[in-house]
Design a binder for this molecule. Structure first.
Ligand code: BG6
Length: 483
C-alpha cells in the first residue's frame, strides 16, 4: 500500500481529539515509516491560524523524549491547514482545491491509485452536515474515499438508526469507519489470537467450564472539565454500550470463518443478537460524591453539571448471552469514574474443580489486563513449593512489560489509523453491530430516564457504591480468589 497517493483531511483539527490522539497517532506512523510514501495531511477547522500556530498546536502532545526535531519537521512538511466553516459551500470548495493542489505537488499521475481519508474529529451535532458538505463539494468519485467517525453514534436505538440512515445516504458502508478505540488496544486485538491460535482455550470456552465473565473498566478521576458533555450521556452510553460491549462480543463470539473483516464482524454481530436486553433489576447505578476531607469534588460540584443531575457515573450490569455456548453464564460489566484505580480487565472465571482429590482452594481464572499494563495471566493452583504438601494459588504470568521489554505498545489510534490506510474494517464497528448494541441498552436507558432512577452515592476514590462486590458474588456467582 506504500504507493497509494494519500490525502488525509482532519476535520476539527484545532480540537482536543485531534491534538491529543489523531495527530500524535499520525506522527507515530510517520516515524515508523508506515505512512504511504506520498501522503499529505490537511487540517480543517474554523479557527484562523498561521502555520506556526497550527504546528505548535498539533505537535503539543508529541512525546519529545522519543523523537527529534528533524522528525517533527519532516512530519510537519506533510501537514497543511485550511480554515473554514462547517456549513459554507465555498469553504469546502476551497478545501477541494487545496487537495488537488497537494496531489499535484505529489506528482499525481493518471494511473495512480489514490485515497482520500476524511477524519471527522468533530462533535456529533455536525456529523451529518459536514458529511453532506464533503459528499457534495469534496468527494472525488475517481478515487477511494474513506470517512472516519467517532462516537457518540446517537444516544439510543432510534437516534442511532437515524444517524446511520443519514450517513448511509451519503456513503456506502464500506467507506465508513466507526471508531471504537478499544478495538485498537493491544490486548483487545490479542483476544482473537489467544482464542483461535491456541488449542487449549477454545476447548474450555463455554458454559461447561466457565462460571462467569467480568469485564471491568475503572478510572481514578472524575469528569472534571467535561461534566457538561458527560451529563448528557452518563457512563452507560460513554463506555459500556460501546467499549465494554465490543470487548464482550469478541470474547463471546464463535470462531470467524476467516480473518477477513466481514467474517469477524459477522460473528460479533451474531453473538450480540443473542444478548437479551438488560434489565434494571440486573443493574447497579452510582454517582460519585466528594471525599470527606473535600480534597476531591463530587460529580455535581462541577459547575457544568446540573445540581439535581441523576446521571450515573458508575454502572454494573449482568448480561446473558442466550446461545448454546453461553446459556447460564453471567457476564458482569462494570464501569466507573472516580474509583480507586485505573484498570481495564477481562476476567474469565472457571468453574470449581469437580473432583474431591484436592479441596477446592479457589477457581482458575484467565485474566486479560487491557490497561494500565498489558498482561495475560492464569490463576493456577500449585503445590506449595518445598516440603509442604499444601496447595497454593499462583499465576502463569505473561506481563508484557517483562516479556516484551523492547517493544513499545502503540496507542490504539495509531493501529486504527493504520487499518484505515490499509482499508481494513476488522476493528471498526459496522452499522448492524451498532444497532444491536443499542438494542441491548436502550430499554434500560429509557427506563432509567422515565423512572428517574436515582444512582447510589459513592465516594471519590472508593471501590464504588455500597453493594458492588456483593453484586458480583450474588448475581454472578463470582468467587473472590486470593492472590
Ligand atoms: C472514552 C470515554 O471513549 O474513553 C472517556 O468517552 C474515557 O470517558 C475514555 O475516559 C477511556 O479511554 P482510555 O483509552 O483512556 O481507556
Amino acid at each position: 500500500k506504500h504507493d497509494v497517493l494519500t490525502t488525509i483531511v482532519v476535520f476539527g483539527a484545532s480540537g482536543d481529539l485531534a491534538k491529543k490522539k489523531t495527530y500524535p497517532a499520525l506522527f507515530h506512523l510517520y516515524q515508523q515509516g508506515l505512512l504511504p510514501r506520498r501522503t499529505r495531511i490537511l487540517g480543517y477547522a474554523r479557527t484562523q491560524m498561521e502555520h506556526d500556530q497550527f504546528a505548535s498546536r498539533i505537535t503539543s502532545f508529541f512525546k519529545r523524549d522519543q523523537t527529534t526535531q528533524s522528525a517533527i519537521d519532516g512530519f510537519l512538511s506533510l501537514c497543511g491547514y485550511v480554515s473554514g466553516k462547517y456549513d459554507v459551500d465555498d469553504d469546502f470548495v476551497r478545501l477541494r482545491e487545496e487537495i488537488d493542489r497537494q496531489e499535484h505537488a505529489m506528482h499525481k499521475r493518471a494511473e495512480d491509485e489514490r485515497v482520500h481519508i476524511y477524519y471527522l474529529a468533530l462533535p456529533p451535532s455536525v456529523f451529518v452536515s459536514v458529511g453532506t458538505q464533503i459528499r457534495t463539494n469534496v468527494y472525488d468519485g475517481s478515487c477511494t474515499n474513506r470517512v472516519v467517525i467517532e462516537k457518540p453514534f446517537g444516544h439510543d436505538l432510534d437516534s442511532s438508526r437515524k444517524l446511520s440512515k443519514d450517513i448511509g445516504a451519503l456513503y456506502a458502508e464500506d467507506e465508513i469507519y466507526r471508531i471504537d478505540h478499544y478495538l485498537g488496544k493491544e490486548m483487545v486485538k490479542n483476544i482473537l489470537a489467544l482464542r483461535f491460535a491456541n488449542v487449549f482455550y477454545e476447548a474450555v470456552w463455554n458454559r461447561h467450564y466457565i462460571s462467569n465473565v467480568q469485564i471491568t473498566f475503572k478510572e481514578p478521576f472524575g469528569t472534571e472539565g467535561r461534566g457538561g458533555y458527560f451529563d448528557e450521556f452518563g457512563i452507560i452510553r460513554d463506555v459500556m454500550q460501546n467499549h465494554l460491549l465490543q470487548v464482550l462480543s469478541i470474547v463471546a463470539m464463535h470462531q470467524p470463518q476467516s480473518l477477513r473483516s466481514e467474517d469477524i464482524r459477522d460473528r460479533k454481530t451474531e453473538v450480540l443478537r443473542r444478548i437479551l436486553p438488560i434489565q434494571l433489576e440486573d443493574t447497579l447505578l452510582g454517582q460519585y460524591v466528594g471525599t470527606k476531607d473535600a480534597s476531591k469534588p463530587g460529580y455535581k460540584d462541577d459547575d457544568t453539571v446540573p445540581k439535581d443531575s441523576i446521571t450515573p457515573t458508575f454502572a454494573q450490569c449482568v448480561l446473558h448471552v442466550d446461545n448454546d455456548r453461553w446459556r447460564g453464564v453471567p457476564w458482569v460489566i462494570k464501569a466507573g469514574k472516580a474509583l480507586d484505580e485505573a484498570k481495564m480487565v477481562i476476567r474469565i472465571q472457571f468453574k470449581d474443580m469437580p473432583n474431591a482429590l484436592f479441596p477446592s482452594l479457589a477457581r482458575n481464572e484467565l485474566v486479560l489486563q487491557v490497561s494500565p499494563k498489558e498482561a495475560v495471566y492464569i490463576k493456577t493452583i500449585v503445590k506449595e513449593p518445598g516440603l509442604s504438601t499444601n496447595l497454593a494459588m499462583s499465576e502463569l504470568d505473561l506481563s508484557y512489560h517483562k516479556r516484551y521489554q523492547d517493544i513499545k505498545i502503540p496507542d490504539a489510534y495509531a493501529t486504527l489509523i493504520l487499518d484505515v490506510l490499509n482499508g481494513d474494517h476488522s476493528n471498526f464497528v459496522r452499522s448492524d453491530e451498532l444497532d444491536e448494541a443499542w438494542r441491548i441498552f436502550t430499554p434500560l436507558l429509557h427506563q432509567i430516564d422515565r423512572d428517574q432512577v436515582i444512582p447510589l452515592p459513592y465516594e471519590y476514590g472508593s471501590r464504588g457504591p455500597k453493594g458492588v462486590d456483593e453484586f458480583a458474588t450474588e448475581r454472578a456467582g463470582y468467587k473472590l480468589t486470593a492472590r
